[in-house]
Design a protein around this ligand. Structure first.
Ligand code: NAD
Length: 326
């Protein structure tokens, strides 16, 4: 099997090369992202392997099909970047449904603790021998109410850790889990009652911009918002307006709605002109990281193993257990 990898970084080689060699798969690593223009790089390949910010829209899928590519292997869980309607019946779409939800959950808590206690600012201050703590005050999380939106694999792990912090937990999910010992409430109630809100639902038509002017208006002043899910869950313009009004005690973002052009790349020698991103990074109470919640050794191992197993399922015409369909 020949696979063209898109949007690759040095660490992708480290994790994928040994497994591919064992299976006698041939991999072509491309640094560019998959899109309509770069699809041609998959010529002669059976499958493409893509990540969160590659684009597999209708035109790209058509091009891949013309080249004889049989599958899109997502080396991630989310598939909002693939036009499943266009793929239906033409090209298989396989994903890695779960890779260390513990890692993403732990990272969520790291962002929460950082955004609350301003550890990112303290770090830069003390490196500059500025030992003032003025402006670094947070709140005790103990006994505060946290609203968890999405109680799937990651949301549940987050809840487990939050219990250790002795927080009061409320949750919203389109499909509440009857086996989960948590108080499910409506979304408006969650927005109104929560001191901390953390997002763990997928990006869908229904969840796009679920954090918007109206929902922010319902939130308490001094709320902390954490997003390790997908950037477009938040209307960034509405977030910025609210930040300007001092609505949030802290905001922790591992994802950003226009992250495709920036995240995972070193842009430190360039002038970044994305106004919203520049504005967001300028707030002292906002911490942005570059979609690294998944990035643990265990997750990388799982991603490589399951992605290559998905390719093997295809090659051996086995049941495609991780196929995504509509
Ligand atoms: P999951 O499928 O196990 O859980 C998602 C939950 O969201 C489910 O319980 C589902 O019922 C719920 N849901 C679906 N539609 C909803 C809606 N309209 N409103 C509220 N809830 C809804 O997924 P997961 O593994 O827990 O991952 C959650 C999200 O985390 C993924 O969608 C992905 O976008 C993101 N993620 C981010 C990283 C990272 O590196 N930052 C890594 C992995 C996953």
């Amino acid at each position: 099997m020949k696979i063209a990898f898109f949007d690759t970084k040095p660490y992708d080689r480290i994790w994928f090369e040994p497994g591919a060699k064992q299976l006698d798969f041939s991999i072509k690593f491309h640094e560019v992202k998959l899109n309509e223009d770069t699809a041609v790089l998959a010529k002669g390949c059976d499958a493409v392997c893509i990540f969160v910010n590659d684009v597999a829209d209708k035109n790209t899928i058509e091009k891949l099909c013309q080249l004889g590519v049989r599958a899109i292997l997502l080396r991630c869980a989310g598939f909002n970047n693939v036009d499943l309607k266009a793929a239906k019946g033409k090209i298989h779409v396989l994903r890695v449904p779960s890779y260390s939800p513990e890692g993403v959950a732990e990272y969520t808590i790291a962002l929460l603790l950082t955004a609350n206690r301003k550890i990112h600012r303290a770090y830069t201050r003390t490196r500059d021998f500025n030992f003032s703590i003025h402006g670094l005050m947070g709140v005790d999380l103990h006994d505060k109410t946290v609203g968890v939106i999405g109680t799937g694999k990651i949301g549940q792990m987050v809840i487990d850790i939050l219990r250790g912090l002795k927080m009061q937990i409320i949750a919203y999910d389109l499909y509440p889990n009857p086996n989960l010992d948590v108080e499910y409430v409506s979304l408006p109630e969650l927005f109104k009652r929560s001191d901390v809100i953390t997002l763990h639902c997928p990006l869908t038509k229904e969840t796009e911009y679920m954090i918007n002017r109206d929902s922010i208006a319902m939130m308490k002043k001094g709320v902390i918002l954490i997003n390790t899910s997908r950037g477009r869950l938040i209307d960034t313009k509405a977030l910025i307006e609210a930040l300007d009004r001092g609505k949030f005690l802290g905001v922790g973002l591992d994802v950003y709605e226009e992250e495709d052009d920036f995240f995972f790349e070193d842009k430190s020698n360039e002038i970044v002109t994305n106004e919203d991103l520049v504005r967001l990074t300028s707030y002292p109470n906002v911490i942005i990281t570059s979609h690294q919640g998944f990035f643990t050794k265990e997750a990388m191992e799982a991603i490589a193993t399951v992605t290559l197993e998905n390719a093997l399922d295809l090659e051996l015409s086995r049941n495609l257990q991780n196929e995504v369909t509509i």
